[in-house]
Design a binder for this molecule. Structure first.
Ligand SMILES: *Cc1c(COP(=O)(O)O)cnc(C)c1O
Length: 468
């Protein structure tokens, strides 16, 4: 099967029944329209600043928002809260070794803690770090360490309407050109995302990872995996790539990791916990550096900012994450949501990615100029109309160039509806589809936003606006 030739016609819209039943419930409520107006105004028209209690369906992120299983809750009781050498660390270390395959494991409080250490350890002032599209915290740590991020993803990834089964792939020609231009010695590593969050949760193929690996090896460059959603990526490889249909998710995940030298991981994604992360690698000398640096920024190398009980729950989460029933229901739930929206004529990125549905705000609000933050405006309207929280992924999130201070100009202007793992049911998605479709029908009434407060780092988290 070719990466780009198969047509992305929508599969029949069906819902994969959940492979679990509900044992504890958390009540949620929907405010009145008037209350929502007050809440979003107080939040400076930035859904990030809303109180969670004022939100009905929270699609802000799939990060740390999943439901733990009964086995994970039971694991919390098995915490060994010793400062040093907790048995939960060794359980976690063994589990990461078994499912991700790296030799050494360093825990961190969450993904960005691991990114900080990886970046500080590998990047020197003036280096270049190529990656298949940026992720805000990953790029920021690369820049703070003195590096310059260079996007080497395939062009289709920047086109919300382009078909393609592996829109997260690296463009090997772009990578070669960069090596040619700056020299391999100024490229400490290639940063590979799988799946690619900012491209809409699009996967990278095994064949492409192998090609990156081959080129990297020829030039003595390391490959570092951003492993947050690599289980979701493994599912897409199983479903879409020739030769993988009969392989298990665990086998595919191990093969993906074997094509890289190290990874950073946020346990808040695939690993089904509310907080936690790690970095993992194979080289003994790097492990020595990492386990020393973690002491400065996170905690001793056998806890890295996590309680013992949290490491135990994460180890169980890793085991659950690679179960076929789990990952299949997970990805298909996201697909159901996206395909139903598309069937209502709402512009969404297709094919639908692994963890989120992305609305194409450039098409949704094609009358609102980019300077007026159409995606942010759309996210505000979804909250006003229905109590749904989503997040902007476009002009606002792209931030500014660190040297010139000019706003970065991404080609994609998206609203992300990220789906927490094992949290919502089919009727929640049906409600959301109807709400979004009704905003779409009256889209021409909407005007843009003006930025009134802009923080220095990761501005999308704390920016404030007014309605135009
Ligand atoms: C969430 C995420 C991170 C950072 O992880 P945190 O746990 O939020 O610090 C890095 N990369 C990607 C792709 C992510 O989605």
């Amino acid at each position: 099967m070719n990466d780009t030739t198969r047509n992305d016609t929508l599969a029949p819209i069906s819902y994969e029944a959940e492979p679990y039943r509900i044992k504890a419930v958390e009540p949620i409520k929907r405010l009145t329209v008037e209350q929502r107006k007050g809440a979003i105004e107080q939040a400076g028209y930035n859904p990030v600043l809303l109180k969670s209690e004022d939100v009905y369906l929270d699609f802000f992120t799939d990060s740390g928002t999943g439901a733990m299983s009964d086995r994970q809750w039971a694991a919390l009781m098995m915490g060994d809260e010793a400062y040093a050498g907790s048995r939960n660390f060794y359980r976690l270390e063994n589990t990461v070794r078994r499912y991700y395959g790296y030799r050494h494991v360093v825990p961190a409080h969450q993904g960005r803690g691991a990114e900080n250490i990886m970046s500080k350890m590998l990047i020197k002032q003036g280096d270049f770090v190529p990656g298949n599209m940026y992720f805000p915290s990953t790029r920021l740590h690369q820049e703070l360490a003195g590096g310059t991020f260079v996007d080497i993803i395939v062009d289709e990834a920047h086109d919300a309407q382009a078909p393609g089964l592996f829109k997260g792939n690296v463009d090997i020609a772009k990578l070669s050109a960069l090596i040619e231009r700056v020299g391999a010695e100024r490229i400490p590593y290639i940063s590979l995302g799988a799946t690619v969050n900012m491209a809409g949760g699009q996967p990278i193929s095994m064949a492409n990872m192998r090609a990156v690996r081959t080129l990297a090896q020829q030039h003595g460059i390391r490959v570092v995996l951003d492993a947050c959603r690599s289980v979701e990526n493994a599912y897409f490889v199983q479903q879409r790539e020739e030769g993988y249909a009969s392989k298990s998710i665990a086998e595919i995940l191990l093969e993906m990791c074997s094509l890289t030298d190290a990874c950073t991981m946020s346990g808040k994604k695939d690993a089904l916990v509310n907080i936690g992360g790690w970095l993992a690698l194979n080289e003994a000398s790097l492990y020595e550096q990492a386990s020393n640096l973690v002491l400065v920024y996170e905690g001793l190398h056998t806890y890295g900012g996590m309680a013992g009980r949290d490491m135990e729950a994460m180890a169980v989460g890793i085991e659950e994450s690679v179960q076929q029933e789990h990952i299949q229901a997970r990805v298909k739930q996201v697909e159901y949501f996206g395909h139903r929206l598309a069937a209502c004529g709402v512009p969404v990125i297709l094919p639908v990615g692994g963890h989120a549905v992305y609305l194409d705000a450039k098409r949704f609000l094609d009358h609102v100029p980019l300077e007026e933050f159409p995606a942010q405006r759309l996210a505000v309207e979804l909250y006003l109309a229905s109590g749904i929280r989503s997040v902007e992924r476009g002009t606002l999130s792209a931030g500014r160039n660190v040297t010139t201070g000019e706003p970065n100009r991404p080609t994609l202007e998206l609203v992300r509806l990220a789906i927490p793992r094992r949290v919502y049911t089919q009727s929640h998605f049906d409600f959301a589809v109807e709400a979004i479709a009704s905003v779409h029908r009256r889209r021409k009434e909407l005007r843009g936003l003006r930025l009134t407060h802009e923080p220095k780092f990761l501005r999308f988290f704390q920016a404030r606006f007014e309605l135009l």
